[in-house]
Ligand binder design. Structure first.
Ligand code: ADP
Length: 468
């Protein structure tokens, strides 16, 4: 039934109202009434004290009860209470209402007031409704002249009681009304943005990641909306990336496959005579090599990029790895008359890394340096230690990379326009693999390049294995 936050909050608000109302009612019935009676009783008591000392003075000075009565009459006009003056035996000497003068209350006992300062009863059955009364002796030195009872009917207290309760209800309703503001705040700051988030999240779940949540607040809800927007953006980017990736892979596979298919078909149907087939078989072989290299690169990239890749780290001499790789490029270097300039700060430079993967990094970087260098140039490979790191750099004097291309060269399948003419076979995966491997080691790689002047790639490796 209460499925929405809104109805829950509304119900909570109503329940709070009802509980508050009942609490005010219960409080006003007891506490307000008790306070009022106490207050009235104390004021009666004060008046009674003044009157009783006044009366005892009169008795003492005049010795005449008549005189005392006359004075009481004056006093009762001023006070809005009724009063009785009783002699010690309980005979009512004076009643300002007049009805009870001369009667005797047989059961009168001043002890009745000794437990509390006031009483609320029918005053020995003299009245049908309850009276709030206080009783004080009229004494002087050792002589007891009588008792003075001041009383006020219960119903006379009701107007004050009702007005106090009315005020209490008024305050309650004002506070309850103001607390409705909370409801408005909840509606604006929580419910409305949450509804927006919910509707957009529904779109996301049905695969539409284009929508964004329009919530501008900076509180938790605003941050939730921002996080969702960011997640949607990432999912969208990933989606676009996957599409381009598949498009690139298919494209790179299609051209060699088309070539192979074309040549094999031409050889089978005799378009290429058997005496020429050797030349075309070489082309087919080179195309299959290209496909194999591409497949291997994709596999490497996948392995390097997958999280939690376990690196098989050992300590090995990076200088000797560099020398071996340089030797493997001898044929390519001879063709272009390129020379290697190896600059090592020490004969041996041990590093703690995955041997095979670092070999691949160096292979890719040196391969690029050779590809993009003009003939008769030098490629400089340098290693040096700085602190706990070993720095390895591969620099060439080749075509260089334009400043705007520099951040993109690490992306999969990215090739600069300048390089396309020189390197038709490259797939643009080499540097992506290099970066993945270096980052898997927790290290960094950077490239500094000037278009037309050359490029320098530098990466770091830990100099030694961490102490166990
Ligand atoms: P590939 O595997 O095709 O060589 P890479 O990922 O290694 O691709 O390189 C991506 C692009 O970066 C290259 O196509 C080229 O445009 C540029 N690049 C890489 N190394 C160099 C270099 N040493 N000099 C100039 N451009 C380079």
């Amino acid at each position: 039934m209460l499925r929405s936050l809104y109805s829950k909050f509304l119900l909570g608000y109503l329940v709070l109202g009802i509980i508050g109302y009942l609490a005010v009612m219960a409080y006003s019935r007891t506490a307000v009434w008790d306070d009022l009676v106490q207050d009235e009783a104390s004021s009666l008591y004060r008046e009674a004290t003044t009157l009783s000392s006044y009366l005892s003075d009169t008795y003492e000075t005049t010795g005449r009860p008549d005189e005392a009565r006359a004075r009481l009459r004056d006093a009762s006009r001023v006070l809005e209470t009724r009063l009785w003056l009783l002699n010690p035996e309980g005979a009512i000497l004076y009643d300002d209402g007049g009805d009870y003068s001369g009667r005797t209350i047989d059961s009168f006992d001043p002890i009745d007031w000794s437990g509390a300062t006031y009483r609320m009863d029918t005053l020995y059955g003299a009245f049908t409704d309850e009276q709030l009364s206080v009783c004080l002796p009229v004494v002087n030195r050792s002589a007891l002249y009588g008792y003075l009872i001041l009383f006020r009917s219960r119903s006379a207290l009701l107007p004050r009681y009702n007005s106090a309760v009315d005020h209490l209800y008024l305050v309650f309703f004002i506070i309850y009304g103001l607390s409705f503001l909370l409801f408005v705040i909840f509606h604006r700051c929580v419910y409305r943005p949450l509804k927006k988030i919910l509707s957009v999240a529904g779109e996301y779940s049905s695969g539409n990641m284009e929508q964004r949540i329009d919530v501008s607040s900076h509180d938790e809800i605003g941050r939730l909306a921002q996080t969702l927007n960011l997640t949607a953006q990432k999912v969208e980017d990933l989606d676009t990336y996957q599409r381009t990736f598949i498009a690139n892979v298919s494209h790179d596979f299609r051209s060699p496959l088309t070539n192979i298919h074309g040549y094999v078909e031409a050889m089978r149907d005799g378009t290429i005579p058997p005496e020429n087939s050797g030349k075309y078989l070489n082309i087919v072989q080179s195309e299959t090599d290209r496909l194999m290299k591409l497949t291997q690169n994709l596999l490497n990239l996948n392995a390097a990029g997958s999280r939690g890749t376990i690196l098989d780290r050992t300590t090995f001499d990076i200088n000797s790895v560099i020398k071996t790789i340089c030797e493997s490029f001898e044929v390519a270097c001879t063709e272009k008359e390129l020379a290697f300039d190896l600059l090592f700060d020490a004969k041996r430079r041990p590093v703690y890394a995955d041997f095979d993967k670092i070999q691949q990094v160096l292979y890719n970087l040196i391969d690029n340096a050779i590809k993009f260098s003009p003939n008769r140039e030098t490629i400089r490979i340098e290693t040096y230690e700085d602190g706990e790191k070993v720095f390895i750099s591969v620099s060439d004097h080749g075509i260089g990379i334009a400043r705007e291309d520099l951040p993109k060269i690490w992306e999969r399948f990215y090739k600069t326009d300048a390089s396309r003419g020189r390197d038709k076979k490259g797939s643009g995966l080499g540097l992506a693999i290099v970066k993945e491997i270096i980052e898997a080691h927790g290290e960094q790689i950077d490239c500094v390049s000037t278009e037309g002047a050359g490029s320098s790639f530098t990466f770091t490796l830990p100099a030694e294995a961490p102490e166990a």
